[in-house]
Write a protein that binds this ligand. Structure first.
Ligand SMILES: Cc1cc2nc3c(=O)[nH]c(=O)nc-3n(C[C@H](O)[C@H](O)[C@H](O)COP(=O)(O)O)c2cc1C
Length: 186
């Protein structure tokens, strides 16, 4: 560090101390995160981001799921094996979002065997949700939201988990805005 940057850092630090503020204040923006294997949850998440004026983050597996991987009739398919193993944590691709900017985080996923896919568990375990409002949502063939996020909320202590919801792929901005109002978000 040269003399100039040292003096700059010193100045910034004393300014923070002077106003008694933390150097990194938690942000109030909204982030919509989602995992989607075949596009349904992605479409809902995009509609939510548009309606809420939120940022969007795709939870992306290091290795994309093929159609064969998603075959739930096949006990030996990748998704069947992952979902049968509570300890399975498929790897993520790409950097995690900068959580410091957000006060509210939505987490969307398709229901797989009644719960969130293991890749969403990987994501939740790698992020810091402390002090944030977290709202899960899902899409599904027919299963209700029910306890699909229980393993996720257990993995993110220190966050305020609000009730989740199953959303239809055709969820419109009016329905989404009404839900956000109900949650006290926005
Ligand atoms: C491996 C696998 C398991 C599934 N399990 C369920 C289930 O238990 N209940 C249900 O209603 N739908 C189930 N589905 C259907 C998906 O939840 C539904 O098609 C979802 O909207 C897909 O979202 P996506 O396009 O964002 O991946 C399953 C789909 C897959 C691929």
């Amino acid at each position: 560090m040269n003399r100039r940057s040292f003096l700059f850092c010193l100045g910034a630090m004393s300014a923070c101390a002077m106003f008694n503020r933390p150097a990194l204040a938690a942000g109030n923006s909204i982030l919509v995160t989602y995992f989607s294997a075949t596009g349904t949850t992605k479409a809902v998440a995009e509609a939510m981001a548009r309606t809420f004026g939120a940022d969007l983050y795709a939870i992306t597996p290091e290795k994309a799921y093929t159609n064969a991987d998603l075959d739930w009739h096949d006990k030996t398919s990748r998704s069947s094996i992952e979902m049968a193993d509570g300890k399975s944590r498929p790897k993520l691709a790409g950097p995690l979002p900068d959580m410091g900017k957000y006060g509210t985080v939505f987490i969307g996923y398709p229901i797989w065997w009644g719960i969130a896919p293991r890749i969403v568990q990987t994501f939740v375990e790698q992020c810091d949700f402390k002090g944030k409002k977290v709202i899960p949502f899902c899409t599904s063939g027919s299963s209700p939201f029910a306890g699909s996020a229980d393993l996720l909320s257990a993995a993110a202590s220190g966050a305020e988990w609000l009730p989740g919801k199953r959303l239809d792929s055709r969820a419109g901005s009016e329905e989404l805005a009404a839900w956000a109002k109900e949650l006290g978000v926005k």
